[in-house]
Design a protein around this ligand. Structure first.
Ligand code: NAI
Length: 584
């Protein structure tokens, strides 16, 4: 059908407003001309690669023809979307027009029938037989820096497809159909589509109520509070931020400016976001806030004191949220006159990258408050996951055994780089020790301490020693890696495949076992939400479809057998949870 559209004997034109992604952009590319609205809302791109495929309606041929091989391939390989002005500059659209002139612009174009822009000669050279293999090799090297073909085959297949078929348009179209149909029925693509649907499901959970929150007050301008405040301001809310330390406050404002600059780019937008974020040393804005988020030190008594002090000053109906990672809400709300207003809003580090927010319902939290918290999470473009108040909630509880196993392996004398590499080879986006450095080893220790108090586990001496020495990770300049130089020393390293397998089994199976326990105990509602939480809260290998889905696909018996072997070698921390039999 797209080909028939392209072959029409008269000029055709696509008018683009808002999102024009994937199949929509392929359709637009089959037209003679494209006119897009000159607006910040215009976005064009090929996100297919994120679903484990690539454009399949002739889009690989048409995008390379319209944009040239380098830009065309880049757009398809990265899956990113571009705005109206970038699209015009690259030649993806022919004209931009304000909304009110869109039809007139289109009419004039169709009457004037301008000739298509001339293609630079180097496109032909780059697309030619002798040059393509060289460019393809460079593209592959770039892609390989982040992912592996057995985990994510689509980008590699796309590069091969262009290298082999770009000589003729017919071959491009036929080769594309063949490759895309192979990929889309494969396991990876099916799992990535599942992840996409899980994301939609979490989004929908925030749609139960309209968010009434316009002003957020954040207390604590440290790693988390500062980033939460900046994110809320970025997303258009009015934000005041308070801390007992003026240095922390100014540090948070500085970091926020960097975030605004990076995300918004346009000076006018950056200034507007900066204007929305107000440092408030004395907490004078508290009576005006619809939501107060507490992100101060992880100590029950300090948090309770703060609540006692601020509760009388809260606006009636204002929501009070804590970002605690490990203190039960039941304990925190003890001093409150109205405990139903306290909810947990557990953000993840770094806030700007991790999409998930666990929304924690304590025993006394009101249903209305939970719905407001979910709607707020959605309002700031994060994914809300309702979780019952239990130690470690969902994500940290599942993550902690995995991190502790990594810490233990390092203490046995295996270099941190090798431990992290083994996890990356399983498909984790970041190694566990690198992650521990990012979170802060002191925070890890405090969370793990609270989670493990009932079990007989002790921290390895080497880990305690690091914390005592003040090697707390990224924030102190040193943890498992050194961060004092320009570039952190978390580089890749080679690990013997058999050893990598043993190490990743040790770490990942503990994570899987804990995921099964959470499912069994109903920490969230159902297996899919366990998977969604772990993927969006930790970055757990998305191509697997999530930990429980991975268990189902690999076969619970196979993995349980492996757990038993590990239990024999390493002890009871590998004993299988009773819930394994329920996964099928
Ligand atoms: P941090 O130590 O970086 O920041 C805490 C800030 O609170 C400091 O700036 C301190 O000056 C300020 N503060 C302490 N007492 C205060 C008071 N009474 N009034 C005003 N300001 C006060 O800590 P971080 O890492 O940001 O953690 C904050 C909370 O977020 C903790 O509850 C932690 O468990 C939780 N959390 C931390 C994560 C992480 O990766 N670091 C992830 C998710 C949650």
């Amino acid at each position: 059908m797209f080909q028939r559209l392209e072959d029409m004997p008269y000029p055709t034109l696509a008018l683009l407003q808002g999102f024009c992604l994937g199949g929509g952009l392929e359709l637009a590319l089959a037209c003679t001309y494209r006119v897009a609205e000159d607006s910040e809302n215009t976005r064009l791109g090929f996100p297919e690669i994120r679903l484990g495929i690539f454009p399949g309606f002739g889009g690989t041929a048409r995008s390379v023809r319209t944009l040239g091989p380098l830009r065309g391939m880049d757009l398809m390989l990265t899956g990113r979307s571009i705005g109206a002005h970038a699209a015009l500059k690259q030649g993806l659209v022919d004209r931009l027009s304000p909304r009110r002139h869109l039809h007139e612009t289109a009419r004039l174009m169709l009457l004037q029938k301008p000739l298509p822009a001339r293609r630079p000669a180097w496109w032909t050279i780059a697309n030619s037989g002798p040059v393509r293999p060289l460019i393809a090799a460079v593209m592959k090297r770039k892609v390989s820096a982040g992912i592996r073909p057995d985990h994510y085959p689509a980008p590699f297949a796309l590069i091969d497809h262009w290298r082999v078929n770009a000589a003729s348009r017919e071959r491009m179209v036929a080769g594309e159909a063949k490759q895309v149909s192979r990929l889309i029925t494969g396991r990876v693509s099916q799992n990535l589509i599942r992840v996409f649907q899980l994301q939609d499901r979490l989004r929908a959970l925030g749609r139960g109520a309209d968010s009434v929150i316009a002003h957020v007050h954040v207390i604590g301008a440290g790693t988390m509070g500062g980033d939460i405040a900046a994110w809320c301001a970025l997303k258009g809310l009015r934000v005041s931020i308070q801390d007992q330390s003026p240095e922390q406050l100014s540090g948070a404002i500085r970091r926020a400016r960097l975030l605004f600059g990076r995300k918004l780019r346009h000076p006018r937008l950056v200034r507007a976001a900066a204007d929305r974020l107000i440092p408030d040393f004395r907490g004078e804005a508290i009576p005006r806030a619809d939501l107060v988020i507490e992100a101060i030190v992880e100590e029950t008594a300090v948090k309770q004191d703060l609540y006692r002090e601020i509760e009388p000053r809260l606006k009636p109906g204002a929501l009070l949220a804590t970002n605690t990672s490990s203190i039960p809400l039941e304990l925190l709300c003890q001093e409150l006159a109205r405990p139903e207003r306290l909810v947990g809003l557990h953000f993840f580090n770094p806030v700007a990258r991790m999409q998930l927010v666990e929304v924690i319902k304590g025993e006394k939290t009101g249903q209305n408050q939970i719905e407001q918290a979910m709607a707020f999470t959605r309002r700031i473009d994060r994914l809300p996951l309702p979780v019952v108040s239990s130690p470690g909630f969902l994500v940290n509880r599942i993550l902690m055994p995995y991190l502790l196993e990594a810490v233990g392996i390092e203490a046995e004398g295996i270099p941190a780089e090798q431990v992290d590499q083994a996890a990356r080879e399983f498909g984790m986006p970041m190694g566990p020790l690198e992650l521990a450095d990012a979170v802060g080893l002191d925070i890890c220790m405090s969370v793990a301490g609270k989670l493990l108090s009932e079990s007989d586990q002790a921290f390895p001496k080497a880990f305690r020693h690091r914390v005592e020495q003040g090697q707390l990770g990224r924030k102190s300049g040193r943890g498992y890696y050194d961060y004092t130089g320009k570039k952190a020393s978390t580089g890749k390293t080679a690990v013997d495949p058999e050893m990598a397998r043993e190490l990743s089994d040790r770490m990942v199976l503990r994570l899987l076992n804990e995921a099964v326990a959470c499912f069994q105990e109903g920490v969230v509602e159902g297996a899919d939400l366990v998977d969604a939480g772990v993927i969006f809260g930790t970055g757990f290998a998305p191509f697997t479809g999530g930990p429980l889905h991975y268990i189902r696909q690999t076969g619970p018996e196979v993995l349980m057998h492996r757990l038993q072997t590990l239990e024999q070698s390493y002890g009871s921390r590998f004993s299988a949870n009773v819930g394994w039999s329920a996964i099928s």
